[in-house]
Design a protein around this ligand. Structure first.
Ligand code: GCV
Length: 709
């Protein structure tokens, strides 16, 4: 039976497994698993098409591209593919830039390369049947990092068994800033981390840099991620001391060839805590001078330092408001000292004050008056929804409401509210839902993804051998990176790609597991927070049900604040008659969200307090619909488990067994969620639970509420 103790055990699981020795198929290779192409026809085609590699340039990035191609092709084609000199004959993969390769410069690629831009790439098959020479595959870019991204993309084609005889690809990233945020603490723990201790071995740095750091960089570069924030947004000032700057510099040195810049979370009161000043007032000259010296010091150690991420005046973190200054004052102070070095400030919009009438409204209320006041090197970093990484939220109304501010979306890869690493919940559908949401601020558009300059993902990596605490949890790291590169990619395409690269191209495995992944997010919504309910998790650790929580230190962290169940009904009234949060959305959304007869079921109780007997589109009353949704979530997990059981023997035993075990836990816990939640809400509805396939709850409400269960 699930217990709070299990929650702790799950956090510790990664720690215990961390030092496990390297084994085949233990998840460590992630999606960069270069195994022999299993389709004999394809393998023969690939072997004929690739007999040598030409890599122009000798920068560390060009060498990384060469090594990755050699390593990948060796594994995929089953033999060493020689690196040959430019001008050699045969079926070659030729990579380089017009600047470092006369061959590439002579190919007339000006037009596709101009579309590829600074970080993109061109992949083309040149020559053909009438040509006496065998065809050549060209991977060209304007920069070495573009070549590296192209090399990974080419390997991906082979990993997923695509034809390569007529390639004509031009790719460039849609978002400029593609960043992982690590909530890693300097003591080695990770806030909301479920995959063991931090990857960063702070005590050993800067003298020792683990080989794993290179594999981390490879994995990120394969997706196009180009930045990493090393430390928690709940930051310690110590991360800005010379000692830690040297450690960050050592990591930056490992990541640099892979195009990954290092960023640090900055504590706003660092000038006091490590600078000996009496204030951190952003307008005080000595404070400005301190930050300017600190920026100079960091750039002396890390010339391509990315910049600062700041959580200010949020959940107890200090910030400019402590000095009666605005968020813009605070962000601009840091932006000004970073600007001469080309650095950025990522200023978070995750704020909420204890006694406001509706937590969902606060970020919008605080930040929209500041639109146009931020420096151009400030990115406002906005969580996907207005509350906090819940299983489902409407898109954050700040998207589209700040046209004169550079915006980046913050997504949570680590599953704080979605069953940690144990529950199989594929997050790409959640992110796709938000990225494609139409803000309607200009009538017909734009979509959320079109107002972004960047995406930040709260990382789920740790020192567990399989990186993410569960093989399937790494699908979310992969999906985040690929969506940051191109937010127009679909969940289905991403799941397909990840499965083929991570497990097998066998359709008998890929198709059912893809279907399972694509339904998993809705399943979690149903068994945790159906119909627009939100934030009903147990207090503090957020694992398991806690709809009864009403003793948090502040009201807006209580479940009862969010669901507002009473004898009349359930839900948070955010219509004009309630908190009027709907007013923060464009007119057409106000109409859709604000009217009971128009609001989609998925957002019903987010926007409305609804009577238990309200008749739903399904023909059921709200109460019966609610209990049906909870059971539907349990059913969906049962079905995921049955799908997995039917696939025994199709993949390696290690990864199969891990997933089998975790799905068993997930089914028990979906049931736990459903039983506890319907019993609790029944105390308000006072109606029977209609018979369903889940049957009567296993225990009493007191049982679920008692500490330890
Ligand atoms: C890093 C939520 C989490 C906190 C997290 C915070 C944030 O409140 O529970 O652990 O703190 O979000 O995003 O700053």
């Amino acid at each position: 039976m699930p217990t709070a103790a299990r929650c702790l055990a799950l956090v510790l699981l990664g720690l215990l497994t961390a030092p496990a020795a390297a084994r085949a198929e233990d998840g460590y290779e992630l999606w960069l698993r270069y195994v022999l192409v299993s389709d004999a026809t394809r393998l023969a085609q690939y072997r004929a098409a690739v007999t040598g590699i030409v890599v122009a340039g000798d920068s560390s990035t060009a060498r990384a591209a060469r090594d990755e191609l050699a390593r990948g092709l060796r594994g995929l084609l089953g033999s060493e593919i020689p690196v040959v000199r430019d001008g050699a004959r045969g079926a070659l993969v030729i990579t380089g830039t017009p600047a470092n390769s006369p061959t590439i410069a002579g190919l007339g690629l000006r037009e596709p390369l101009s579309r590829a831009g600074a970080e993109g790439y061109v992949i083309e098959t040149r020559g053909g049947s009438k040509d006496p020479q065998p065809p050549t595959i060209v991977i060209a870019a304007n920069t070495d990092i573009g070549v590296l991204y192209g090399a990974f993309a080419f390997l991906r084609l082979i990993q997923t068994h695509q034809p390569i005889d007529a390639l004509d690809i031009v790719e460039s990233p849609r978002l400029r800033h593609r960043i992982l945020d690590h909530w890693d603490n300097l003591d080695g723990t990770i806030e909301r981390g479920y995959a063991g201790a931090s990857l960063w071995d702070w005590p050993a740095l800067p003298d020792a840099t683990a080989p794993r750091y290179t594999d981390y960089a490879r994995a990120n570069a394969s997706l196009g991620i180009n930045g990493t924030v090393l430390n928690n947004v709940n930051a310690k000032a110590a991360s800005l001391t010379p000692e830690y700057i040297a450690k960050a510099a050592a990591l930056a040195g490992v990541f640099r060839p892979y195009g990954i810049r290092v960023y640090l979370s900055a504590r706003f009161t660092a000038p006091i805590e490590i600078g000996g000043l009496k204030t951190a007032d952003p307008l005080a000259p000595d404070v400005r001078a301190w930050w300017a010296r600190k920026a100079d010091e960091i750039y002396a150690a890390i010339p391509d330092f990315g910049g600062f991420l700041v959580k200010a005046n949020s959940e107890g973190q200090p910030g400019p408001q402590d000095y009666k200054r605005t968020h813009a004052d605070g962000a601009n102070l840091l932006a000004d000292v970073l600007a001469p070095h080309g650095g950025l400030v990522m200023w978070r919009a995750f704020v909420y004050a204890e006694n406001a009438d509706d937590r969902a409204k606060q970020a919008y209320a605080e930040f929209t008056p500041l639109d146009g006041l931020f420096r151009t090197n400030v990115l406002l970093q906005i969580k996907n929804g207005p509350i906090d990484f819940q299983p489902r939220e409407p898109f954050n109304p700040l998207f589209g409401a700040m046209p004169r501010t550079a915006l980046t979306i913050e997504l949570q890869i680590t599953k704080e509210y979605l069953g940690f690493a144990t529950h199989l919940v594929y997050l790409a559908p959640l992110w796709e839902e938000v990225l494609t949401a139409n803000t309607h601020v200009n009538g017909s558009g734009p979509a959320v993804r079109s107002v972004l300059q960047g995406a930040a993902g709260v990382a789920n990596t740790g020192s567990s051998r399989s990186w993410c605490g569960a093989v399937f949890a790494c699908a979310n790291w992969h999906a985040f990176g690929r969506l940051a590169w191109n937010p127009g990619l679909t969940s289905a395409a991403l799941a397909d790609e990840w499965l083929r690269m991570t497990f097998t191209n066998d359709a008998a495995f890929v198709e059912p597991v893809k279907a399972m992944m694509l339904t998993s997010r809705q399943a979690a919504v149903d068994y945790m927070t159906p119909l627009g309910l939100t934030h009903l998790m147990a207090r503090g650790h957020h694992y398991g049900p806690g709809p009864w929580v009403n003793d948090a230190g502040r009201p807006d962290q209580n479940s009862t604040y969010f669901h507002r169940a009473d004898a009349a009904g359930i839900g948070f009234d955010r219509t004009a008659g309630g908190s009027n949060a709907v007013a923060q959305y464009a007119a057409s959304w106000r109409e859709t969200f604000g009217r009971l007869d128009r609001v989609p079921d998925d957002y019903l109780l987010w926007f409305h307090h609804v009577a238990w007997d309200h008749l739903m589109a399904s023909g059921r009353t709200l109460w019966n619909e609610l209990t049906a949704r909870y059971c539907r979530g349990v059913e969906a997990v049962r079905s995921m488990r049955a799908t997995w059981a039917s696939l025994a023997g199709r993949i390696d035993a290690g990864r199969y067994e891990e997933t089998r075990g975790f799905l068993g836990i997930q089914e028990q816990e979906a049931r736990w969620w459903r039983d506890a939640s319907v019993l609790y809400f029944q105390t308000f509805s006072r109606q029977p639970i209609a018979p369903d396939s889940c049957g009567p709850p296993e225990h009493t409400l007191d049982y679920y509420r008692s500490p330890g269960n």
